[in-house]
Design a protein around this ligand. Sequence first.
Ligand SMILES: Nc1ncnc2c1ncn2[C@@H]1O[C@H](COP(=O)(O)OP(=O)(O)O)[C@@H](O)[C@H]1O
Ligand SMILES: O=C(O)[C@@H](O)C(=O)COP(=O)(O)O
Length: 421
Amino acid sequence: MMLLGVIADDFTGATDIASFLVENGLPTVQLNGVPHSDTQIDTQAVVISLKSRSCPAAQAVEQALQALIWLQRQGCRQFYFKYCSTFDSTAQGNIGPVTDALLDALGEQQTVISPALPVNGRTVYQGYLFVMEQLLSESGMRHHPVTPMTDSNLLRLMEAQATGRCGLVNAAEMDRGAAAVKEKLQQLAQQGVRYAVLDTLNEQHLLTQGEALKTMKLVTGGSGLAIGLARQWAQPGQAKAQSAGAPQGKKAVVLSGSCSTMTNKQVNRYRQQAAAQAIDVARCINETARSAYAAELCHWVEHHATAELAPLLYATAEPQQLQQTQQLYGTQTASLAVEALFSEVTQRLQQQGFSRFIVAGGETSGVVTQALKLHGFHIGPCISPGVPWVRAIEQPVSLALKSGNFGDENFFARAQTEFPV
Ligand SMILES: Nc1ncnc2c1ncn2[C@@H]1O[C@H](COP(=O)(O)OP(=O)(O)O)[C@@H](O)[C@H]1O
Ligand SMILES: O=C(O)[C@@H](O)C(=O)COP(=O)(O)O
């Protein structure tokens, strides 16, 4: 029976939440985009990955509503809008409009805002979002190429994007347990508060949220809340890791399009371990030149494919270099050109027989998955919290889709050495 339907606004976010659902006992399948027809899937949760995080609001709303209709048709009882644990959204912000549209479509008056993921250092206190020991707006996220985050107050961010008022369930109330949280949510609803930010300092708070929110029709958040909800829905003795998602495939490549602080560290480390090639953005801007460049890069990848560790292609840049590129070509032109390059490289590598892709970056992962024309994933073993190996349902292709900010410094090598095929 289908219990939970998740609408994720990017692909790494989708594998992130799918991984936590599986790890916490809820069998889950990830579908890339909204399926064109109804499918019989033997699972209890479905995560639909969209590539809507940086879309204009109207487009993101349309995609989310299509996903909702499909999930409703499959009989899901609860719906979860998954966005980033760092609340990534553009200045025009589509988290608010999507949340409003989903609430309206479901005929609901209230939902929660819970981006926290304490295991990866994302906590919420008095409505302020922290990344490790820093406020969101003081973390590396202020330099994000597409969705720079310069405010940390979730109530303010939400009210700027959405139509209703936003309130808070604070940490002290969370400490008092599920009944106290439910009571506070009711009080807020009576005051006409449409969205309630949930303070979250630790995993116990996520378990409390799961208990308090099991009957809420629509919840929104990062992947942490999924831990609490999965524990509520899971049947005792349910298998955790899914062997159907274990990595396979000989020819592997690492593609990195994230410019996050962590990915910069990971790329720097991996460059000392394996063959690595930086992507020259200047050669990606013009379409014809880009095609020739993609062919050249794939030739280089093929040449290094037999080494113990897979070759790396990276657009990953430090903030100063990124800023220069963006000033030269424009932010959108540069990022779309890099994404188009990764798309073409992926298609060529697939034709060359590559079947294991380790990808860094949410947008980049969306581009790679779409280029490979993969419709869905079985969720495999967890490499780092929120980053599982996944295996395509209908093709022998395995991927590790890493959120820009996730994983340890040795992630790219570990994804291969600790999970031999
Ligand atoms: N050197 C670069 N110059 C300009 N844009 C870049 C560069 N490298 C990556 N990008 C773009 O930055 C964006 C990174 O987003 P994403 O892949 O979602 O990473 P993250 O997971 O860190 O958010 C992509 O659109 C990518 O194409
Ligand atoms: O919630 C998170 O932090 C991640 O699941 C996520 O959304 C990943 O997004 P990117 O950082 O853009 O990869």
